[in-house]
Write a protein that binds this ligand. Structure first.
Ligand SMILES: [Zn+2]
Length: 155
């Protein structure tokens, strides 16, 4: 079988990515440096994502963008088996994961688990941050964190 786009990037690059908005610039700058920066309110100290102009807790417009380590666990996921775009057809089946990031007040990041076959993805799976270049963008993605993997007795 011919190696598809997965050999270079988890998802192909032939689909449009929306531009970053002004209030997302801290996240975007972090991505350019391959540093995961999550927006944090400077008045109440809470993290939030996706970025927003005002804090949903205290309505403050003042924020900073601290770097976070990027460890976390799969909060939810889906396995995509039908391409929403022709450009994604070659990547099927692929996962979309919601990662609950450690030490961020419950921030969840939508991404991909790039080293997991569909049957390996499960809720609670420990993951670690990695980066993947798609077109001219560096985007956060995740890999299974086998170092901190713990087996849940409920399985
Ligand atoms: Zn706040």
């Amino acid at each position: 079988m011919i190696e598809g786009p997965k050999a270079m990037a988890y998802l192909p690059t032939g689909f449009a990515v929306p531009p970053y908005l002004p209030h997302e610039v801290g996240f975007a700058q972090g991505c350019r440096e391959q540093v995961l920066r999550i927006q944090r309110c400077r008045d109440c100290g809470r993290f939030r994502h996706p970025p927003s102009p005002r804090c949903p807790h205290c309505r403050s417009a003042v924020c900073d963008w601290p770097a976070v380590a990027g460890g976390g666990e799969v909060y939810s996921y889906t396995i995509v088996r039908h391409a929403a775009s022709e450009a994604l057809r070659a990547a099927l089946p692929y996962n979309v994961v919601v990662v609950l990031l450690d030490d961020t007040d419950g921030v969840r990041l939508v991404s991909n688990l790039i080293d997991a076959a569909p049957e390996m993805v499960r809720i609670g799976l420990r993951v670690r941050l990695d980066w993947e270049r798609r077109g001219d963008l560096d985007l956060p993605c995740f890999r299974i964190d086998s170092q901190t993997e713990v087996h849940d007795e409920r399985d």
